[in-house]
Design a protein around this ligand. Structure first.
Ligand code: PGA
Length: 250
């Protein structure tokens, strides 16, 4: 049986506390109606709204995700949030390795792999983001870069084997994030075909699902959904506008 299509709303730091709460207060019932056997919806607010949103979506099948977590289990790491805490707050997913974290917080592939490990240990599914920069795209280095970004993650996943959840890999060309520029259908089809064939060869007993992210909106969503092996979206700006998000899901 094929998996439901995964819609991950990455609210980034764009909602204030009030906006996040009011989005849920107004739309949770509609989101619940939009959710079907063919779709799974995950809301990823900032850390500070996780608890409130968790309460607001209680008794629905909408799921909660965080945008990041600490690579450490616990200890003297001022300002960090542990995977264990995220679990307690009700997160079933957590985004890791988003390009904004790699770029502005200099997150390395080593750190990202450690975060994947912390999350799986506590029963949270990591949504692992990968993607090439515009320069790397121009230089036709995409596949090499994606392999480098995943290499240490595969080592971690191989320690879990059958105990790991189905792992979502979100391919987001960095040059498509927040820019309105989307790669051609042919290019995306080639990359997703390659991911689908290549990724499972590096691990044993791990299942994957593949998400696309980068300027997904209500106009391009149905076309991108047709690309083989894409079974979810990581959506930034369009996920904060309920009508746009709804149009993408339906
Ligand atoms: P965008 O963001 O949809 O605004 O391009 C996607 C992302 O950052 O995950």
């Amino acid at each position: 049986m094929s998996l439901p299509f995964l819609y991950v709303a990455n609210w980034k730091m764009d909602f204030t506390h009030e906006q996040a709460i009011s989005f849920c207060a107004q739309h949770v019932q509609d989101l619940q109606k939009m959710k079907s056997a063919q779709s799974e919806i995950v809301l990823c607010p900032s850390f500070t709204e996780l608890d409130a949103v968790s309460n607001q979506i209680k008794n629905t099948s909408i799921q909660l995700g965080a945008q990041n977590c600490s690579r450490h289990r616990a200890g003297a790491f001022t300002g960090e949030i542990s995977a264990q805490t995220l679990k307690k707050l009700g997160c079933s997913y957590c985004i890791v390795g988003h390009s904004e974290r790699r770029q502005y917080h200099h997150e390395s592939n080593i750190e990202i792999a450690a975060k994947v490990e912390r999350l799986i240990e506590v029963g949270i599914t990591p949504i692992i983001c990968i993607g090439e920069t515009a320069q790397e795209y121009e230089n036709k280095q995409t596949k090499v870069i994606l392999e480098q970004q995943l290499d240490l993650v595969f080592d971690v996943l191989n320690n879990f084997n059958n105990d790991a959840p189905i792992i979502p890999i979100a391919y987001e060309p960095v040059w498509s994030i927040g820019t309105g520029t989307i790669a051609s259908q042919e290019y995306l089809a080639e990359i997703f075909q390659w991911l689908f064939k290549t990724v499972p060869t590096f691990t044993k007993g791990i299942e994957y699902r593949y998400l696309y992210g980068g300027s997904v909106n209500e106009k391009n969503a149905s076309e991108i959904k047709q690309i083989p092996h894409i079974s979810g979206f990581l959506i930034g700006s369009a996920s904060r506008d309920f009508q746009k998000f709804k149009n993408i899901v339906s």
